[in-house]
Design a protein around this ligand. Sequence first.
Ligand code: CAA
Length: 392
Amino acid sequence: MTVPIGIHDISMATGQYAMDLAELARRNDVDVNKYYIGLGQTTQTVPAADEDIVTMAAAAAKQIVAKHGVDGIRTVLFATESGIDQSKSAAIYVQDLIGLSSATRAVELKQACYGGTSALQLAAGIVARDPEQRVLVIASDIAKYDVDSSGESTQGAAAVAMLISANPNLAVIDETVGLYTAHVQDFWRPNYRSTPLVDGGLSVRAYLEAVEQAWKDYESRGGRSVTEFAGFCYHQPFTKMAYKAHTRLLELKGIDATEARLYADLSPTTIYNRAIGNSYTASLFVGLMSLLDHAEDLDGRSVALFSYGSGCVAELFSLTMVDGYREHLRTVENRAAIAHREPITYEKYRALREFALPEDGSDVTLDATSRSPFRLTSISGHSRIYEASHAR
Ligand code: CAA
C-alpha cells in the first residue's frame, strides 16, 4: 500500500509595512479603481530595510518547527526569485536561524514564481523514498519592479513554509499533474539587475496560454474533470489574474464563466493576496492558505492549483484535503500577520526603495526597525549577518 504524502503544516510571514494602492494612485494620478478593481489589489507589503527573503522565510519556518520539532527534517528546499547570493543557498541561513540539524540538505531552487511548486514535488519524491523523513519547503520573495513602472502596482512580499510528510494533517498531494514549458521572454532578471525586465501584456498572454496547455496535459494524463474540484487556486501576480485564468479554463471546457461562478470559485483564494500583493514563489500558497482559512469545510474534497513561473514553466496539480484538516490551520496567525503591518505613505515607500544595500562590497549596519523574529543586522566582510530576537 502506498503511503499518502502531502502538506502536514503550512505557515506564512510577510513584511513590516503596507502601502495602500490609493497612495500609488495619488502619485500616478490615476483612478484608484484601476488598482482596486482592474487589478484586484488593495494594499502591497513593503519590507523594512532590515528584512529580506531570509528573515521572512525564517519567521514562517519558525512556526512550523515550534509546533512539530525538527526530528526527521533532513532537507530544506528554498524557492525564490529574489535570491540574495549567486552561489550560497538561502536555505543555509534558515537552517542555522531555526536550529535544524547539521545533517541537513539545504538547497535553493529557481524558476521565477514556479520554484515553490517544484520544491513541493521534489519534497514529495524524497518522502516517498523514505516516509520517515519530513521536508521543509520554503517559498519566499520580495516582488519589486522599477519605480514609476506599470509593474509597481503589482509588488508585494511574503514567505510560506510547508512541512511535507507522510500521513499529512492537511492535504495529500495527488499524483497526476499537467506540465508546460515554453521559452518566452515575458519576465526575467539578468544578474546585473535588482528588478526584472517585464513585458506586461506578453506575460498575461503567456500565463493564459500556459493555463490551457497545462490543463490539456493534465487531462491527457487522466486527471479529474473541472467539475470534480471544490476549489481552484491560481498563482496571483494580482488577484484579477486568477479571474482571467479561470475564465480561460472554463471556456476551454465549454462552461459559462458567469460572474457568480467565478466569484464562488475564486473569491476565498484572493483575500490574502489582495492585501499582500505579488509574492512570486509564495503567491500560489498564500492563495491556498486564503482558501483554507475562508472556505466551507473541504474534508475529502480536491482543490486544483495552477502554478506559473515566467519564462515560462507551469504546472497544474491538485491536493485532496484530509478529514479534520481545519483543526490544524493557522487562521488567527495568518490574519494577524497581514493586519499587523504598519500603513505607510507613498513618500515613506519611496524612501525605503531609495535605500539600497551597498553594491561595492562596503560594510553597513542597519537600524532595527523590523518586528519580525529575525532581522538582517548588517553586511560585514561581504556577508549578511542575521539575528534572532527572542523578545519579538
Ligand atoms: N476602474 C476599473 N478598472 C480599470 C480602471 C478603472 N478606473 N482603469 C483601468 N482598469 C483596468 C483595465 O481595463 C485593465 O483590466 P483588464 O486587464 O481586465 O482589461 C486593468 O485595470 C489593468 O489596466 P492596464 O492593463 O492598463 O494596466 P497596466 O498597464 O498598469 O499593466 C500589468 C498591468 C500588465 C499587470 C502591470 O502591472 C505589470 O506589468 N505587472 C507585472 C507583470 C505581471 O504581473 N504579469 C502577470 C502575468 S506573469 C506572472 O504571473 C508571473 C509573475 O508573478 C510576475
